[in-house]
Design a protein. Structure first.
Length: 540
């Protein structure tokens, strides 16, 4: 058989523009690799899928010799099986994946051996738990953070949550997990298209929950930080009726960062208010008017406490309730909507308590179409994060009613795939592969040390790349740009080591008599130009 060119990829890395010519290996400029999916199904995390590989000419026989796929800060080696099929197995992170594939091609008719390259790219969908393991204390209720995206081709995604040990922790229909006693268990999330049965199962993902006893800890509320200044907010999300005897949900507490929290209200008000799953409830009847209270947000994993001022309105009960216009969202009456921006999950429906044919929805300000659009029937499409509420108006019975919508950034936690990278001068720009670029926040970077080894560049979309330009070491800090509602996200550090490009000489080949090199040499015997390689003989 032909001797494999094991040095092919390394030589490309060293010389950049080297071309291969010889009696049996030549450039196949007219030929390309093609990748055809085995079926039309979407790719989901944890599933196996494959692509058929072919050349642009029928007589070519392809043997994959090298290739890797990268995405979401991870690198995957490509598996190849008989029948020219690339197989992908158990990719567990949603995201966009791409990579260059190198193949050897035997042209039977010409008796030649070619080297072809092609790029393959695909998207893996799924909304998965951000953490594989999570810690909670007894009595704590959490909604585990997730990330990812789903395709728009689905009818209606249904999530089913289960715990393999309900004595340790239980999980409800919305995915909220209640820690009951010390121990560990697995929380599983299964995603289905429309119907929760095996035939419609898209994928499953899980995390391990470790429950520990709560540590005795006291908090000095006099030292509490200002919640609003640090990005925490309260938004009234429900219409509150005066003197209503049943408990009523008042609004939602928006958190600036992910993590473990617990909440307290002033001791004298604990029989009037209760906080459940980041939502504030009124337990006693109150008269019409404006009310204000302090909620203390305790970050148990960072050891910080914030005081958040919560203000809400109570309206008088109307006698002719049938004439009142009320907005509805997810089947409930509402006076405002808070929603996170997440790729692949940005459509929702607004309705009201009136006949749908009698109501027409629209934006109050045309300029707000930058952030979202709404049809006359109340179908909303979110486009970007909003720094100020977008006002939706509804026209009914010659009256105009307003509803505020706030589109928040998703979780701003950053993760870096590799925090230490070695490159060579002239290698070209590379992506630092950082996860956590959500919403419309820009990726910001600055040099920690006074280094001239690299240059930071941004394209017109705000995406950043790093260009090695001189020998040396660089220390770069990355974070997402803050806005009016959020503090700057956590900072991650990347170390880049830039070295001068290594030259190539005859000695580098050792006893490779079957290869010949051609090019211009300098006085020291090293090549100073691009090098041509040729195969001089056949070998078994």
């Amino acid at each position: 058989m032909w001797k494999k060119l094991c040095i092919t990829l390394l030589t490309i890395g060293l010389l950049g523009s080297a071309a291969y010519v010889g009696n049996m290996l030549s450039a196949a400029e007219a030929s390309t690799l093609q990748f055809i999916a085995q079926d039309d199904r979407e790719h989901y995390v944890g599933n196996d899928f494959s692509y058929v590989v072919s050349g642009s000419r029928e007589e070519e026989v392809i043997q994959i010799s090298d290739g890797a796929i990268h995405g979401n800060g991870r690198m995957y080696e490509v598996l190849f099986s008989e029948g020219n099929i690339l197989q992908f197995s158990q990719i567990r992170q949603p995201g966009f994946y791409q990579g260059d594939i190198t193949a050897e091609v035997a042209d039977k008719e010409a008796g030649s051996l070619y080297e072809l390259k092609g790029m393959i790219s695909f998207t893996v969908y799924g909304v998965i738990y951000r953490y594989e393991e999570y810690e909670a204390v007894i009595g704590e209720t959490i909604l585990p953070k997730t990330y990812g995206a789903m395709p728009n081709t689905l009818n209606d995604v249904r999530y089913v949550y289960t715990s393999d040990n309900p004595e340790i922790a239980q999980v409800d229909e919305q995915g909220y997990v209640s820690a009951l006693q010390e121990g560990s268990c697995h929380i599983k999330m299964s995603a289905y298209d429309s119907v929760a049965d095996e035939e419609h199962l898209l994928y499953e993902t899980s995390m391990t929950l470790h429950v520990t006893a709560a540590k005795e800890q006291t908090w000095d509320k006099g030292q509490a930080l200002d919640g609003i200044e640090n990005g925490y907010r309260f938004v009234q999300s429900q219409q509150i009726i005066a003197n209503e005897s049943n408990e009523q949900k008042i609004g939602t507490i928006a958190l600036a960062q992910s993590g473990a929290y617990r909440y307290e209200v002033e001791e004298a008000l604990q029989d009037t208010y209760e906080i459940r799953n980041e939502e504030l409830y009124l337990l006693k009847p109150q008269k019409e008017g404006t009310y204000t209270l302090s909620v203390y947000i305790i970050s148990t994993d960072r050891g910080e406490i914030y005081e958040l001022t919560c203000t809400y309105q109570i309206e008088a009960k109307k006698h002719e309730e049938n004439s009142d216009f009320v907005f509805r969202y997810e089947g409930k009456d509402t006076t405002s909507i808070i929603r996170q921006f997440q790729e692949g999950n940005n459509t929702f429906q607004i309705t009201s308590n009136k006949n749908l044919d009698e109501v027409r929805f629209s934006l109050k300000k045309e300029a707000d179409s930058e952030y979202l659009s709404i049809s006359e029937m109340g179908n909303v499409q979110v486009k970007h994060v909003t720094q100020d509420p977008v006002t939706i108006i509804a026209r009914w019975n010659k009256q105009v009613y307003e509803l505020n919508i706030v589109i928040e950034k998703a979780d701003q936690l950053l993760e870096i795939a590799m925090d230490d990278v070695s490159v060579q001068v002239g290698d070209g720009a590379f992506d630092p592969l950082i996860k956590g670029r959500y919403g419309n926040g820009r990726m910001i970077a600055h040099m920690v040390n006074d280094s001239k080894a690299v240059e930071l560049r941004y394209n017109d979309k705000g995406d950043m790349s790093i260009v090695p330009i001189a020998e040396g070491d660089a220390l770069i800090a990355f974070y997402n740009e803050g806005d009016i509602h959020y503090r700057r996200s956590n900072e991650v550090i990347l170390r880049v080591h830039v070295r001068n490009r290594q030259a190539l000489s005859d000695d580098w080949l050792g006893n490779g008599e079957w290869l010949e090199l051609e090019g211009e040499k300098g006085e020291n015997g090293w090549f100073v130009s691009d090098v041509r390689m040729s195969v001089s003989e056949e070998s078994e």
